[in-house]
Design a protein around this ligand. Structure first.
Ligand code: HEC
Length: 122
């Protein structure tokens, strides 16, 4: 009988571990051309938990980049960089400065523009 309970306990522990591991990052599901791959990986590691996979927006947490407001004319790359480094003006997005390198920021910018082109915002 004790054996039975320890099995249940183990199952619960592994179940919880799985949940925690899966919850940490959103896996990219859509495959993108090779030159956007690095940006996609960085975006999913750092931004997607709030902004959603494929820059689509994460429900209530953060806006999607697939809207006119974020096309390069209205929201040029330097403003995106500013948001990454300083956080958003309202403060509801925290600075991501410690989570990305300069190279990763460059790749993330490229990656954000790609689905914008696909849906016709650019
Ligand atoms: C912890 C959640 C979170 C993470 C992680 C995050 N963001 Fe944000 N982001 C937000 C929220 C919330 C807003 C809306 C902020 C507002 O309206 O002030 C936002 C807004 C923005 C904006 C618009 C800023 C503005 O002034 O309107 C940009 C650009 C942006 N995020 C880019 C990124 C990029 C690129 C990454 C990854 C490097 C990232 N964010 C990671 C939550 C997040």
């Amino acid at each position: 009988m004790q054996n039975f309970y320890s099995k249940i306990l183990l199952m619960i522990i592994f179940g919880l571990l799985g949940q925690i591991l899966m919850g940490c990052s959103i896996e990219p599901k859509k495959s993108v051309p090779e030159k956007y791959r690095i940006g996609q990986i960085s975006f999913h590691r750092v931004c997607a938990q709030c902004h959603g996979a494929y820059a689509m927006g994460g429900g209530a947490r953060a806006p999607t980049f697939l809207q006119e407001k974020f096309n390069p004319k209205n929201f040029p790359n330097r403003r995106i960089v500013r948001a990454i480094l300083n956080g958003s003006d309202s403060g509801s997005m925290p600075s991501q400065i410690n989570k990305v390198t300069d190279d990763e920021i460059r790749e993330i910018l490229k990656y954000i523009r790609y689905p914008q082109k696909e849906v016709g915002i650019i």
